[in-house]
Design a binder for this molecule. Structure first.
Ligand code: ADP
Length: 265
């Protein structure tokens, strides 16, 4: 997209000149389109549960006024919807926070091996309830990276929660920590965490867009499972901020692997 300005300049003693000034504003337009899409998405995601809550309020005041069973059911639905709005707002705040500080480098020394232990401990009760096996494969040595503890915890919580959600009930989720030597980016010594599920896998068609805000393969299923569509966008921003790399590989019918690789400082 090109924007142009025309100016007529008079040059003393030499008559007039026509000046044409061209500016490539493709990026500006794209940024503007993305911002508009984002606002539209947020509005839609908030309006859906809100409309449902308003509808139930009306029903509780009217037809369900004297029906305690219906009242209980409707209140439970309203609570779910309110929780969904709450999750969405928390995710939006996380996203805007990581986007805002992306340029500053986080400074704390974090042992990823210990951090993964606490992520698994936090998710274990939920995994057990759904009949999932959740295991960590790692050696005993520390895996030190420079980082922000809360944000790195969020990365692995989001990835492991997705693996449990989309992997399906009764399936195994493995979190594996390995060390290596990065040849591309990051260079030098690296530590890699793979979050591996045994779910239905992801069509390669979707892979490049999966980390976009609000991109979901099956929006109905995501919402049903309490998803906001922001989890992987948050992961990508946090990983970038830690000079890391996120790689997604998947085999349909066999499962998916979300790999995060960080440089070791
Ligand atoms: P959501 O809140 O919908 O889970 P995410 O940003 O975390 O949002 O993920 C985006 C989409 O990527 C999900 O809606 C789902 O379709 C897909 N996805 C994420 N993780 C997995 C996985 N482990 N297996 C299959 N699909 C996945």
């Amino acid at each position: 997209v090109t924007e142009y300005k025309v100016r007529i300049a008079s040059l003393p003693g030499q008559g007039a000149a026509l000046l044409l000034h061209f500016t490539d504003i493709t990026h500006l337009r794209e940024a503007e389109d993305m911002r508009r899409d984002f606002v539209a998405n947020v509005s839609h995601e908030l309006r859906t549960p809100l409309t449902s809550v308003l509808g139930f309020i009306e029903t509780l005041r009217g037809p369900a006024r004297n029906d305690p069973d219906a009242q209980d059911r409707f209140l439970a639905i309203m609570e779910d919807e309110a929780r969904r709005m709450n999750r969405l707002i928390s995710d939006l705040l996380s996203l805007s926070k990581v986007e805002a500080v992306e340029r500053k480098r986080p400074a704390e020394q974090i042992d990823l091996s210990v951090l993964l232990g606490s992520v698994v401990a936090a998710l274990k009760p939920r995994a057990d309830d759904a009949g999932n096996t959740l295991e960590v494969l790692r050696d005993d040595a520390p895996a030190l990276v420079q980082g922000d503890r809360d944000q790195l915890t969020q990365v692995f919580l989001n990835l492991a929660e997705n693996a449990l959600k989309y992997g399906g009930p009764g399936k195994k989720v493995t979190i594996r920590l390995t060390r290596g030597q990065g040849r591309g980016l990051p260079k030098g010594e690296t530590v890699t965490v793979d979050v591996i599920d045994e779910g239905p896998g992801i069509d390669p068609l979707h892979l490049p867009r999966l980390t976009e805000r609000f991109y979901r393969i099956d929006a109905g299923r995501s919402r049903e499972m309490g998803g906001t569509g922001l989890g992987l966008a948050i992961v990508k921003h946090i990983v970038n901020r830690h000079r890391g790399r996120l790689k997604i590989t998947s085999q349909q019918g066999r499962g998916s692997t979300f790999s995060v690789q960080f440089p070791v400082d």
